[in-house]
Ligand binder design. Structure first.
Ligand SMILES: Cc1cc2nc3c(=O)[nH]c(=O)nc-3n(C[C@H](O)[C@H](O)[C@H](O)COP(=O)(O)O)c2cc1C
Length: 155
């Protein structure tokens, strides 16, 4: 199983989640590639069984500015013929208000679903950096994604 994990991160929290997820997916035997959204051609996603995005939320509840081109390219893709399972991990801060808390994962989810990608797990949303207490959520997320990949490929 080939898994692509892409992050957008300024202070390292989303990058840290990407690293944690890489370990979880490697643990279940996946071949994992980790990179930055802004350095990645969105068309590459179709070469993977599963794509995981790890993102922070920026001012006003929006996606990271440096991921905007990547996001726009996602909107142009069509995954309906080649199933790609996706999952999203978000980091945010409740200080910015309930309506804006950790909303970037929702924006990415919308565009991926519109492009025909298949949601494999509910988004993980954490405040600031991941801690030991978050590990069961990462484990469950990984398990759900792997199960979805297997189910879709068995069809
Ligand atoms: C100027 C600024 C605006 C932010 N706006 C939001 C926001 O609207 N919603 C939110 O949930 N978090 C917001 N955050 C918090 C970041 O998403 C949070 O600190 C996150 O952990 C940063 O991830 P990173 O370490 O990967 O860069 C904001 C942070 C800064 C500095």
């Amino acid at each position: 199983m080939k898994v692509l994990i892409l992050y957008a991160s300024i202070t390292g929290n989303a990058k840290g989640m990407a690293r944690i997820l890489a370990q979880f997916f490697e643990h279940v035997g996946a071949t994992v590639t980790v990179g930055e959204m802004q350095q990645t051609d969105a068309a590459e996603l179709a070469a993977y069984d599963a794509v995981i995005l790890s993102t922070y939320t920026w001012s006003g509840g929006v996606i990271p500015e440096e991921s905007q081109d990547f996001y726009a390219d996602l909107a142009q893709l069509d995954f309906s013929q080649k199933p790609v399972i996706f999952g999203i991990a978000g980091t945010g801060d409740k200080f910015y208000g309930q309506d804006r808390y950790n909303t970037a994962p929702d924006h990415f989810e919308q565009v991926l679903i519109a492009s025909g990608a298949i949601k494999g797990a509910d988004s993980i949303k954490i405040e600031q950096g991941a801690t030991e207490a978050d590990m069961p959520a990462f484990a469950a997320f990984t398990k759900a994604i792997v199960a979805k990949v297997k189910a879709v490929q068995a069809d």
